[in-house]
Design a protein around this ligand. Structure first.
Ligand code: CAA
Ligand code: NAP
Length: 240
């Protein structure tokens, strides 16, 4: 029987590439999204992958959504906590709302996604938790006090979960992508983006598929002894 994988924010950007790569490896995939119904419908039409809509910042909605996925597909073996947002502003201009939105989605959203799935993984003695962090959680970033705090927090989450899950056959790891060509990066003003690309020794943005391949490896049986680790995939922009 194929393993079941849940990818939050799995309908576009990096998550879309992850969903497709896991499906290509034989997983039964459920992809979630927040509000872009049109993109989610087009994604399902193109891939045959089921999509589910809920806000990862909402614990009750996450729990209910996950229960529905498990009812439809079976117990979740692999969870990829990928959904995330930016609300960039220099600190002196950052509003409490910008802080809270990013904390609620990127950090609490990981708790909300993993927590309802965790007891089942413990009972079954198998699980793969993969959290999509960021280079900016490793190095910090101008105008991203909120975002960098969440992505650094992700690393604390996986290192702690790794210690709790290891004896139960569960691994928890993070991936820190550098700048990847998705709508999130395209939202950065072009002049600033060009400057950023100039700081990447590879001389280009990464492709979503380059992150998806890290995910399929961490999800696989080949990665069974890798636990609490971080894979950096950033074109040599930063060494943690
Ligand atoms: N380092 C140092 N100074 C910087 C800077 C940087 N990286 N970026 C901008 N500045 C400076 C500017 O030179 C300017 O200085 P002056 O005031 O002396 O002219 C000042 O900061 C800009 O101030 P503004 O008041 O004009 O800024 P703003 O309120 O318009 O905000 C911004 C602009 C939001 C910071 C915009 O420049 C921006 O989006 N920057 C990119 C931030 C970034 O890298 N975000 C990553 C998004 S992708 C992602 O997050 C994915 C991932 O994980 C990698
Ligand atoms: P993206 O293109 O903006 O896609 C974001 C996805 O997350 C969408 O599917 C979106 O759903 C979903 N989402 C956003 N908020 C949500 C919420 N509250 N509840 C449920 N789903 C939500 O982003 P991306 O660039 O692919 O980034 C994916 C992840 O990688 C994020 O965690 C990001 O921080 C991280 N990352 C990105 C980069 C990069 O350079 N792009 C680098 C490092 C790390 P809708 O379609 O409904 O909006």
């Amino acid at each position: 029987m194929s393993r079941i994988a849940l990818v939050t924010g799995g309908s576009r950007g990096i998550g879309e590439a992850i969903s497709k790569a896991l499906k290509a490896e034989g997983y039964t995939v459920a992809a979630t999204y927040a509000g872009n119904d049109e993109k989610a419908a087009a994604f399902t039409e193109a891939t045959g992958i089921k999509t589910y809509k809920w806000n990862v910042a909402d614990y009750a909605a996450s729990k209910e959504g996950i229960a529905k996925v498990e009812e439809d597909l079976g117990p979740i073996d692999v969870v990829v906590a990928n959904a995330g947002i930016t609300r960039d502003a220099p600190f002196h201009k950052m509003t409490p709302e910008q802080w809270n939105d990013v904390i609620d989605t990127n950090l609490t959203g990981v708790f909300n996604t993993v927590h309802p799935i965790w007891p089942g993984m413990r009972e079954r003695g198998f699980g793969r938790i993969i959290v999509i962090s960021s280079i900016n959680g490793q190095k910090g970033q101008f105008a991203q006090v909120n975002y960098a705090a969440t992505k650094a927090g992700d690393l604390g989450i996986v290192k702690s979960l790794a210690q709790e899950g290891a004896a139960k056959g569960i691994t928890a790891n993070a991936i820190c992508p550098g700048y990847i060509a998705t709508e999130m990066v395209m939202a950065v003003p072009e002049k600033v983006r060009e400057k950023i690309i100039g700081m990447i020794p590879a001389g280009r943005l990464g492709e979503p598929e380059e992150i998806a391949r890290c995910v399929t490896f961490l999800a696989s049986d080949d990665a069974s002894f890798i636990n609490g680790s971080t894979i950096s995939a950033n074109g040599a922009q930063f060494f943690a």
